[in-house]
Design a protein around this ligand. Structure first.
Ligand code: SAH
Ligand code: SF4
Length: 448
């Protein structure tokens, strides 16, 4: 979601005549897009701001803006920071170029956050967001041939640990007309893969043309657009509603990637209930089975939180059991981080000590690593189709085999990362790669 917001803000600012600078030393304006999901992310922003404060001593004209969830969460408290000129929440980003122009001209601090964030925004605000979204929804040029499209804003789920509903506001599904039109425009620009975004993307629901559209309908309509080859969607909430329909479209449409990111968060029913997640671990595992029955080649990923208030060794073991049974392709594992204002922070004490959170985190990672390794090994000797993203950041392969080509990073439809040597011009293209080596999180191959 933040990558998309960054791409939208970048395009809007380019449209307004600004240009993107490669280095902070050359920049006249620095914008930091922020996340509030865990405290660690916010601390990193504060540390950047510390550096910027220092820089501003010798460059007093430097304009610093903080945008995104932390801006919305902290508002004027953040504006008090010596380094900060602009604070702009996620629902206010359509104003960003005006805010910058004002900050440059008037040299005054400006705040644009949404008051009463849990209320449905005014029509004017929603229209502005919609216009901003569809006008600038062009390709993120850093990843060739790919783009994100938001299908919903906000969240109504209120998982007790989560800050998202308080900073991104209530759940609103965008109209299918606007979404399809935007995808068509992206396809005209050469985009081949679209990732539909929503905090609970599988609950997408919108009345249009006398019927209610769900995510399955959107995927079908997007699949009919010429030029679009792959469609993905993140993140799904474990829920019965629309589930089979979505899985059936995935099974039936060659364009819908066989990949599902569906966080469990915990394997303990007691903890799930305290988290306000509306399901039990057994039911969740049955849901995964159903996905695998309907879409036999599907790969599934999940998120888990360790050290939620009151999590006992027994609760943690239930999470280990769930992880063993879920057979995720990969799992994102987080240590519980109390977020101010959330229900769990207001009502529960952060009782699990840091070192126990750390130990549980490491233990889960080890369980997952073994599963990921087993699943990856199945690809050895196989040919896979991938969409090339671009140059690989890390050198992975034996350079003797490179024949002067750099290392590229790519992904399969099932979201496996594949690294191989090839010309950079392949970025944004589909190619076939034969897998010659595997590791838990990466496959290595040769261009066929
Ligand atoms: N809407 C998505 C993702 C929300 S944030 C979903 O519901 O799946 C991404 C992940 O961060 C969550 O899945 C959760 O595992 C983790 N997370 C959210 N709040 C957290 C917190 N307070 N502490 C630790 N992890 C958290
Ligand atoms: Fe947060 Fe839960 Fe909403 Fe995901 S579904 S954004 S975890 S409140």
């Amino acid at each position: 979601m933040n990558k998309l917001d960054t791409a939208l803000v970048t395009s809007a600012l380019q449209e307004a005549g600004f240009s993107l600078s490669e280095s902070i030393k050359e920049a006249g304006i620095v914008l930091i897009n922020t996340c509030s999901v865990r405290e660690h992310a916010e601390q990193r922003v504060l540390s950047h701001l510390g550096h910027l404060k220092h820089m501003k001593k010798s460059r007093p004209d430097l304009v610093v803006g903080v945008i995104g969830c932390m801006a919305q969460r902290l508002g004027d408290k953040l504006l008090e920071h010596e380094a900060v000129n602009i604070v702009c929440g996620p629902a206010e980003i359509p104003q960003i170029s005006e805010l910058i122009a004002k900050a440059v001209q008037d040299r005054q601090k400006t705040l644009a956050v949404t008051e009463k964030i849990r209320r449905k925004g005014s029509q004017q605000q929603r229209r502005a967001l919609e216009k901003f979204e569809s006008a600038y929804g062009i390709e993120d040029e850093r990843i060739g041939g790919q783009a994100f499209v938001r299908v919903m804003r906000g969240c109504n789920n209120f998982c007790s640990y989560c800050v998202v509903p308080y900073v991104r506001g209530p759940e609103v599904s965008r109209s299918p007309e606007a979404i399809i039109e935007q995808i068509r425009k992206l396809a005209d620009h050469g985009v081949k893969q679209i990732t539909l975004l929503g905090q609970t993307v599988n609950s997408y629901k919108c009345k249009h043309g006398g019927r209610t559209w769900c995510l399955a309908d959107l995927l079908e309509a997007a699949g009919d657009i010429a030029g679009i080859e792959w469609l993905r969607f993140v993140t799904s909430y474990p829920s019965e509603e629309f589930f089979d329909q979505i899985m059936q479209v995935m099974a039936g449409s060659p364009k819908v990637c066989e990949y599902l990111h569906i966080p469990a968060q915990s394997g303990s029913d007691r903890i799930l209930s305290a988290m306000n997640r509306n399901y039990a671990s057994r039911w969740y595992l049955e849901l995964l089975n159903r996905a695998r029955e309907i879409v036999p080649g599907i790969s599934i990923a999940g998120d888990l939180i360790v050290g939620f208030p009151g999590e006992t060794e027994e609760d943690f073991q239930a999470t280990v059991n769930l992880l063993e049974k879920a057979r995720y392709k990969n799992a994102f594992i987080f240590k519980y981080s109390p977020r101010p204002g959330t229900t769990s922070d207001r009502r529960l004490e952060d009782t699990v000590p840091g070192e126990i959170k750390q130990r549980r985190n490491v233990e889960l990672l080890a369980v997952q690593e073994k599963i990921s390794d087993e699943l990856s090994r199945q690809f050895l000797g196989e040919q896979v189709q991938v969409l090339v993203e671009g140059l690989s950041k890390k050198p992975h392969l034996d350079s003797a085999e490179a024949h002067g080509n750099p290392q590229l990073v790519s992904r399969t439809a099932t979201d496996y990362i594949v690294v191989f040597n090839g010309p950079e011009s392949l970025a944004g293209q589909f190619v076939k790669v034969k897998i010659v080596k595997t590791s838990p999180l990466t496959l290595f191959g040769r261009l066929v």
